[in-house]
Design a protein around this ligand. Structure first.
Ligand code: PEP
Ligand code: MG
Length: 944
């Protein structure tokens, strides 16, 4: 039979610190401390397996009951007392303790073993009647609530009544006789509510308490906590039965909690609080104000000194900050718990680096102590923690881009710009954002949308800009016309204050104080690195990560400003420049629209003309005359469109060239991957409904007076209608655009090579990588590549003028992954577009799935949003197939990823395992990716 009960006491324990799965965190800590010879009250732990069995059967097996009885007998003999015996009772605590700490989620019972007889035994042994009676009334109260299910208020009501009659302000003001009355009243409450007397049998009490703790594993708040923290439901909790020590035996006793270092700042200071003459729950309950732990040195110097020695030892032993609980009974110190302390991102960085400097950790061990995601907290403004804790959360959306934003509500991008110009801080609230909201997004403190998922426009662009964003907040109702925002029962007008927490998705309907990120201030050149110890430690830690990792880290950046930040954060290369984002700038959009309006006829005209010209070269006499006539006809029919189309492209060329030159300069010779145009063209045009309203309004105001504008708007409307697609994400986009409108690819390739030449001539090395999107068939890549190579030869000449470039493709269509061998023969590199690969692999619309993905997660269909964390079992297979087939056809093929998953730690572990060469993510995630890549390599080393 497998052991289910583990004893600790007398300097030796059955378990140890590595048995958290079996003993839970608390049980493993108690065992380890016992083995280390520390003063731990003895007891035993009933395993998590017993809990799981209990959940299935509703009871424990006779074998486990017998094992428990044996452990209790051993405890009684070690302590020289019997549980609940009238003369000299052994009293125990019964506490939960799961593998991962779930603070306050499950139940605890103290002083178990007290009854009408043993309370008198306790009184005579301790010569303290008040203490004995107070312990008994606490036990009835806790047991009554946790085991018998009686509402806490029923007891509080009686306690208050006695206090009132005695004119006592606090519980401690009640004397023994008054506590006797409380006990009588409490027992009456039990009788009334359960129909039976308060259980007097100590073993019956123990069984009841143990089973109640097991049951508390499934109580709603514990279930919710596990869901929120990704803790599996089948782990179960252990139960720790431990002999009681008393912090409430008078002024020479105390109880407290503490940390070996400050968990919010990371400072190396003994941190915590204690209460004299109190029991554990008094410290947490907030009924009395605890004292700072430093004061313990004054009131109980010997115990304080011992506590410091023990906790320092524990920190070295566990190589981590310890979060501990202790009790001092009559000047004697007992340790009740120790565990690795939870900490903020800021503290995590300070502590990891300090511990290396103190010789406690090696740099590699330090890397494993910091959650990559926690680094985010260092890169964004933060809310004042106490104001944040008190603030009421009015709504919750998806936490799309972390950081704290507070400001006045505005409803349009133009308003965001106008209010900001007047010196106001604003939060842009939209149903969803569209590319031409970019100016408003860039000035807003944060972005809040009612629809959209984690790869929606607002989410992607928000992350790229490092702008706090909450998206898909379904409970918002926006009345754009009235400039009103309805959140539940509250209504906000334009200008009203709002705050959003991009790390949690919380929306708060008031202004909260924020402070800027110190690291970001250094990166932006506003603060000297020497003046920021935090920045220095951040850099040190990431320097160690760079030494450890195998994966390269690049950034997704489209403009030089973002590229500069990405480089400063440690990105060595751009993995994705989405060229379309440049098209939305105010000075370009009109040329883009002109290009789109003329594209279809213009491109057809160009194609016809070049075909006729080719034939003309071979033709003679009568045939040549015929071809010339046809050429004239083409000029007449398409000349205007050709001129508009090529004219717009010519206008865009120098703009794009300047953009690319800026990127090359910022990235200082590291690779810059530039993707040819990707989105469906209608995205650059106004919405159909908006145009229709505009035309109708113009007509109403005077059709003849507005004739020219109306004609222009109607032309635009026709184009919008022609471009309409039922399923644009599967429509005319990606390389399909470059194939049907090759002039666009030609212009972009020319801009890339001309920029490369320009920058390299000035002495900065350049490494352009031209990337073709949405390739599902090798022929698509072959044709686009041909155009790119033709332009390269024209611009760079045969010798290449010293500019080395490559042409590769995104793998983001399932067929592309499945035929990666054929595609690899044409490609210099692959970059997985896991946003589209997830969309098409799962058949989930990136823009619409937010409506039901939340339900899927809540109901356990999916653990995580697959647009946030790669679906390793499904979409991951497409990645693995793509890598395997690609490298089989072309050994050593360079492969990266540039979907949003490139910045997600769990996905980075997957990409490391799949053998990718690099990940590319938004600039603000670069530090996270560097650390996650190092952790992946340390956990699962793989060769270069
Ligand atoms: C992708 O699909 O993963 C990708 C990076 O491209 P986009 O998000 O621009 O479609
Ligand atoms: Mg894509």
């Amino acid at each position: 039979m497998t052991q289910c009960v583990y004893f600790f006491g007398g300097g030796k324990a059955d378990g140890n610190k590595d048995m958290k799965d079996v003993l839970g965190g608390k049980g493993a800590g108690l065992a380890e401390m016992t083995n280390a010879g520390l003063p731990v009250p003895p007891g035993f732990t009933i395993s998590t397996a017993a809990c799981n069995l209990f959940q299935q059967r509703g009871a424990l097996t006779p074998e486990i009951e017998a094992e428990s009885d044996r452990a209790l007998a051993r405890l009684e003999s070690l302590m020289g007392k019997t549980l609940g015996a009238p003369a000299n009772p052994l009293l125990v605590s019964v506490r939960s303790g799961a593998k991962f700490s779930m603070p306050g989620m499950m139940d605890t019972i103290l002083n178990l073993g007290l009854n009408d007889a043993s309370v008198l035994g306790l009184k005579s042994r301790t010569r303290n009647g008040r203490f004995a009676k107070d312990s008994y009334r606490r036990f009835i109260q806790m047991y009554g609530n946790v085991v018998l299910g009686i509402d806490k208020d029923a007891f509080e009501h009686e306690l208050s009544a006695v206090k009132k009659r005695a004119r006592a302000k606090a519980d401690v003001d009640l004397g023994e006789a008054q506590l006797d009355e409380v006990i009588l009243r409490f027992k009456a409450v039990v009788k009334k509510q359960t129909g039976g007397p308060f259980p007097q049998g100590p073993r019956e009490q123990l069984r009841g308490a143990r089973d109640a703790v097991f049951k508390s594993w499934m109580n709603p708040r514990a279930v919710t906590y596990r869901k929120l923290n990704d803790i599996p439901h089948d782990l179960g909790t252990a139960v720790n039965v431990q002999s009681m020590v008393f912090g409430n035996m008078g002024e020479t006793s105390a109880t407290g909690v503490g940390f070996t270092r400050n968990p919010s700042t990371g400072a190396k200071e003994f941190y915590g609080e204690f209460l004299q003459n109190a029991q554990g729950e008094d410290v947490v309950a907030g009924t009395r104000t605890p004292h700072p732990i430093a004061d313990l040195a004054k009131v109980m110097p010997a115990a304080y000194k011992q506590l410091r020695e023990i906790t320092t030892r524990l920190e070295r032993h566990y190589k981590d900050v310890q979060d501990f609980e202790f009790t001092i009974q009559d000047n004697k110190l007992y340790m009740l718990q120790t565990r690795n302390g939870k900490r903020t991102g800021l503290a995590a960085v300070h502590i990891a680096v300090d511990m290396v400097q103190e010789g406690i950790l090696t740099p590699r061990e330090a890397l494993m102590k910091v959650e990559p995601q926690a680094l985010d907290q260092l890169l964004h403004p933060i809310f004042d923690p106490s104001a944040r804790a008190k603030a009421e959360v009015a709504a919750k959306g998806l936490p799309a881009s972390p950081g704290a934003a507070t400001g006045a509500v505005v409803f349009t991008a133009d308003d965001a710009v106008a209010w900001t110009a007047k010196g106001k801080r604003v939060v842009l609230v939209r149903m969803e954002t569209v590319p031409d909201d970019i100016h408003g997004m860039s000035v807003a403190q944060g972005i809040l949308t009612a629809t959209g998922g984690m790869t929606s426009h607002a989410a992607v662009v928000g992350r790229q800009m490092g702008k706090p964003s909450v998206v898909g907040c379904g409970s918002l109702q926006i009345d754009l016309k009235a400039r009103r925002l309805h959140v539940g029962k509250s209504v906000l007008a334009e200008g009203d204050p709002i705050s959003i927490d991009g790390a949690t998705g919380d929306v708060i309907l008031k202004e909260l104080p924020t402070s800027p990120s110190e690291v970001l201030q250094v990166v932006a050149g506003k603060l000297k690195p020497q003046r920021s110890p935090l920045y220095q430690k951040f850099e040190k830690l990431l320097g160690w990560a760079d030494e450890a990792r195998r994966l390269g880290v690049r950034a997704n950046a489209d403009i030089p400003r973002d590229a500069r930040i990405a480089f400063a954060f440690g990105a060595r290369g751009i993995g994705l420049c989405r060229t379309e984002h440049m098209f939305f700038a105010e000075d370009r959009l009109r040329h883009v629209v002109a290009m789109i309006l003329a594209a279809a006829r213009g491109q057809r005209g160009l194609d016809l003309r070049s075909r006729l010209r080719a034939r003309l070269q071979e033709a003679k006499g009568h045939q040549a005359a015929e071809l010339r006539r046809e050429l004239l006809k083409v000029e007449k029919e398409h000349g205007e469109a050709i001129a508009a189309y090529t004219g717009a492209l010519k206008k865009l060329l120098p703009m794009q060239r300047a953009d690319f030159a800026g990127l090359f300069r910022e990235m200082r010779g590291t690779p810059v991957t530039i993707r040819t145009l990707d989105p469906p063209l209608h995205e650059f045009l106004p919405k159909r409904e908006e145009l229709m309203v505009e035309i109708a309004t113009l007509k109403a105001k005077g059709a003849s007076r507005n004739a020219r504008t109306i004609a222009a708007r109607e032309k635009l409307l026709r184009a919008v209608e022609e471009l309409h697609e039922f399923n644009p994400m599967l429509g005319h986009r990606g390389c399909r655009l470059g194939i049907t409108y090759p002039e666009i690819t030609r212009m972009q390739a020319r801009a890339i090579f001309e920029a490369a030449l320009q920058v390299s001539k000035k002495g900065t090395p350049v490494k352009p990588e031209v990337m073709i999107p949405l390739v599902g068939h090798v022929e698509e890549l072959r044709r686009q590549k041909r155009i790119v190579l033709e332009v390269a030869a024209e611009v760079l000449g045969k010798g290449g003028s010293g500019v080395e470039f490559t042409v590769g493709t995104m793998i983001e269509v399932p067929r592309g992954a499945l035929t990666a061998d054929e595609i690899a023969r044409e490609a210099d590199f692959f970059s997985f577009g896991t946003n589209d690969l997830t969309q098409m692999g799962f058949g989930l619309s990136r823009d619409d799935a937010g409506k039901f993905l939340g339900y899927y997660q809540e109901h356990g269909i999916l653990d995580k949003d697959p647009f946030v964390s790669l679906d390793a079992g499904g979409v991951g297979q497409l990645v693995e197939i793509g890598v395997k087939k690609g490298r089989a056809a072309k050994p050593g093929l360079k492969i990266g990823v540039c979907g949003e998953h490139g910045g997600d730690p769990a996905s980075i572990h997957f990409f490391h395992g799949a053998g990718l060469d690099y990940v590319s993510c938004s600039p603000y995630r670069v530090p996270i990716a560097r650390l996650a890549a190092a952790q992946a390599q340390l956990e699962k080393p793989s060769g270069d």
